[in-house]
Design a protein around this ligand. Structure first.
Ligand code: PRP
Length: 183
């Protein structure tokens, strides 16, 4: 698919590459201040968080080890049920660690709600969440997210890690997917 055709699939650019870059730099300053002198572990949730992790981590002025978790839901109803299956577990023992979960988007909040509970039970010393995007109108559970990039409308967004059927993840901006693509 050519770049021009991809642009035809998007109805609106919601957050630009430049806005993302600036916001992640801002968030990294806050995180750097909050975790100064502490051993921070970044945990990215595959696959959507790959871009956020790559750009955010490089803004941090100290060592920030990374680990990755891959989770998925069972079938179409899973998102609403909140039942999560671990596809790839962490390699790191979280006991006594200061953990910052890095996410691309909080939609219903069910994935993070499950992850937070799961990580808590592993004995993390502290547990916080950074999400580039949050959809307040889609929330089914409240997530205490300390570092939020942008609150966005409850629309079908793609790009910068977010996909539709595994496509559009490599777009530089976050955009609203045109309804003709999925309807
Ligand atoms: C997305 C996103 C979050 C989750 C948020 O992942 O990366 O992990 O959904 O949705 P929620 O708040 O409603 O639980 P997805 O399951 O689409 O997998 P992906 O990251 O591999 O695209």
């Amino acid at each position: 698919m050519r770049a021009a055709d991809i642009q035809d699939d998007l109805s609106e650019i919601l957050v630009t590459e430049e806005q993302i870059r600036e916001k992640l730099a801002e968030l990294a300053q806050l995180v750097a201040a909050d975790y100064e002198g502490k051993d921070l572990l970044l945990v990215g949730v595959l696959k959507g968080a790959v871009m956020v992790m790559a750009d955010f981590a490089r803004e941090l002025p100290f060592h920030a080890p990374m680990d990755w978790m891959a989770v998925s839901s069972y079938g179409a109803s899973t998102k609403s049920s909140g039942v999560v299956q671990i596809r790839k577990d962490l390699d790191t023992d979280l006991h006594g660690r200061h953990v910052l979960i890095v996410e691309d988007v909080i939609d219903s909040g069910l994935t993070l709600s499950w992850l937070l509970e799961n990580f808590e039970s592993r004995g993390a010393e502290s547990l916080e969440v950074l999400a580039l995007l949050r959809k307040p109108d889609a929330a089914k559970v409240h997530i205490d997210c300390k570092y939020v990039g942008f609150d966005i409308p409850n629309e079908f967004v793609v790009g910068y890690g977010l996909d539709y059927a595994e496509r559009y993840r490599n777009l530089r901006d976050v955009a609203v997917l045109a309804p003709h693509v999925y309807s």
